[in-house]
Design a protein around this ligand. Structure first.
Ligand SMILES: [Zn+2]
Length: 236
């Protein structure tokens, strides 16, 4: 085989590998980002729950204050019972005491409900914290695996690029720039194999029998597909 064609085939192999590695090198950081985003969302959910616990605690404290106010008011009302002069005033004071009792009962009920809510939320927060811790650890491990992969990909890229550029020096600059132009224009494939089916491995067009004979010849010269322009070589 023509040594330049042989070099082109090898370059194509390197460039295909580089393209695959480039894709990985672009994908892996996105994967890291998505691990971090999903962990941040889990944290936000946990913090929302904690905020509800805080709000409930504040509500509870306010209701307990209300209860104190109600008790003070009640004491005042009861003291007034001894000071009123008329039956009318007495009845009015009794009515207010009755209202105050109802208010107290209602507030106590609300306090009970808040205490139950606080207890339930407390359990939920502890569970959420446990879940988050597990998730955080998993995310840390996942991220470390992806980072290692990314490191390996970048290392391999450097090696393959080095080898590729070393090999590219064996080609005359005109041929190399033609090849690179084709590579860009033809979706990363500038050199295509032709086999027994006699079609271009790049664009699937049928290659003329005469061209097949030339491709098969041991003294083959550089040949390009008449349809897509890719460099062709014969492969059984
Ligand atoms: Zn073609």
């Amino acid at each position: 085989m023509d040594p330049q064609l042989q070099t082109l085939i090898e370059l194509q192999g390197y460039d295909a590998r580089i393209a695959a590695l480039d894709t990985e090198a672009a994908r892996l950081p996105k994967q890291i980002e998505s691990i971090q985003t999903s962990l941040a969302e889990a944290k936000k959910q946990m913090e929302t729950l904690k905020a509800r616990v805080d709000a409930t605690r504040k509500d509870l404290r306010a209701k307990e204050k209300d209860l104190e106010v109600i008790a003070a008011k009640r004491a005042k009302l009861e003291a007034r019972l001894y000071e009123v002069k008329t039956n009318k005033e007495y009845s009015a004071a009794l009515l207010e005491i009755e209202e105050s009792k109802q208010e107290k009962a209602k507030t106590e009920e609300e306090i009970l409900a808040l205490m139950e809510l606080q207890e339930r939320l407390g359990v939920e927060v502890r569970e959420a914290e446990k879940r988050y811790k597990t998730r955080e650890e998993q995310a840390r491990q996942d991220e470390s695996v992806v980072r290692k992969k990314l490191g390996a990909v970048e290392q391999e890229l450097a090696v393959v690029r080095g080898d590729r550029n070393g090999r590219a020096k064996d080609l005359p600059s005109g041929l190399l720039s033609d090849y690179e132009r084709l590579l860009r224009a033809r979706n990363g494939v500038a050199v295509a194999a032709v086999g027994a089916t006699a079609i271009c491995g790049g664009c699937r067009v049928t290659i003329r029998p005469q061209a097949i004979q030339e491709l098969k010849s041991p003294v083959t010269t550089m040949m390009r597909c008449e349809s897509c322009g890719r460099y062709l070589y014969w492969q059984e």
